[in-house]
Write a protein that binds this ligand. Structure first.
Ligand code: CA
Length: 229
């Protein structure tokens, strides 16, 4: 099992445009969820936080701007990149869009190729291991393309689950992950796994990381979870 591909939520009320976006994102290998209005978008995000949102400005009921404002004002969803789509080109509106915290912006009609490039660019920043980037932490190097991990020049033997765990840790060194968050990120929501399984795999990851010497870089945070560094 490879690393779970990034999930992208497409919020667009025009069915033809929504389908073109979903089709192209799936072709890029992303998991895609779709919403045709702002309320549904907020519900979907509450169910499962996506890795990125492509958000149309003009939506029925709750506007794209309002969805963006709400998501960017909550700690749990603030870090999710949002690319806004707008038919408007007035400079004043652009500024307004960016003030609500949108990470990027495209004016309709936009080039799908350009939008895909921007999606990847946002994910390179927030989910680097999922798009084949190389991550480094101290003497550890993780190659997202070849799935090889080296420490101090030694190739480490990691199982697929340990690889996904390490990718998660290396994307955000210092961040404390709860067991539940690790389950979501590494195993996925749909699979039922006991939180003790997380401890087992963290143990295996530790062993693999220290197989050629070096200090244990993983930290157990009592009552909270695990962190790298
Ligand atoms: Ca629209």
């Amino acid at each position: 099992m490879a690393i779970a591909p990034p999930s992208v939520l497409v919020v667009e009320d025009e069915p033809a445009q929504r389908e073109v976006l979903a089709y192209n994102l799936q072709a890029e290998g992303f998991r895609v969820a779709q919403a045709d209005n702002g309320e549904e978008a907020l519900l979907l995000v509450a169910e499962e936080t996506p890795d990125l949102i492509v958000l149309d400005w003009m939506l029925p009921n709750v506007s794209g701007i309002e969805v963006c404002r709400r998501l960017k004002s909550r700690a749990e969803t603030r870090a999710v990149p949002i690319i806004m789509l707008s038919a408007r080109s007035e400079e004043v509106d652009l500024v307004r869009g960016l003030e609500t915290g949108a990470d990027d912006y495209m004016i309709k009609p936009y080039s799908v190729v350009e939008l895909m490039a921007r999606v990847r660019s946002q994910l390179r920043r927030t989910r680097p291991s999922t798009i084949g980037a190389t991550l480094e932490y101290l003497d550890i190097t993780l190659d997202g393309e070849t799935h090889r991990v080296h420490r101090d020049g030694h190739l480490l033997k990691l199982g697929p689950t340990e690889f996904r765990l390490l990718s998660t840790f290396m994307e955000k060194p210092g961040r404390v992950w709860s067991r539940e968050q690790l389950l979501d990120r590494v195993w996925g929501r749909d699979i039922y796994v006991d939180t003790r399984t997380v401890d087992v795999h963290v143990g295996r990851l530790r062993k693999a990381l220290c197989a050629h010497g070096g200090e244990d870089p993983l930290r157990t945070v009592r009552g909270a979870g695990y962190a790298l560094g």
